[in-house]
Design a protein. Structure first.
Length: 95
């Protein structure tokens, strides 16, 4: 069972590379924000997988919840900043 969890953690880390690509190359600011949010969500799951591997799930769940909350607040704050700056609303008119 430990091998399955380890391989799923490795697969999740590889999937995070796709989100990192979207964050770095994304043509719009909104794409980059979505990429950052996806990386944060995948990191939360990866923290729980690490907790299962080390058999200290209760400690890693607390860390994962705090990280998820910080990720959520950071993405909301940056989205609000770019919306106020007219960065997001100008790009949405292109479609």
């Amino acid at each position: 069972m430990e091998q399955v969890i380890l391989y799923s953690g490795i697969a999740l880390a590889l999937i995070m590379a796709l989100s990192l690509y979207r964050t770095l190359v994304g043509p719009t600011i909104l794409d980059r924000l979505i990429g950052v949010n996806a990386i944060g969500s995948e990191t939360t799951v990866l923290l729980i997988i690490i907790g299962v591997l080390y058999k200290k799930v209760d400690m890693f769940i607390d860390i994962a919840l705090a990280y998820a909350l910080l990720n959520f607040i950071a993405v909301l704050a940056s989205a609000r900043y770019f919306h106020k700056r007219k960065g997001l609303s100008d790009e949405s008119n292109d479609y």
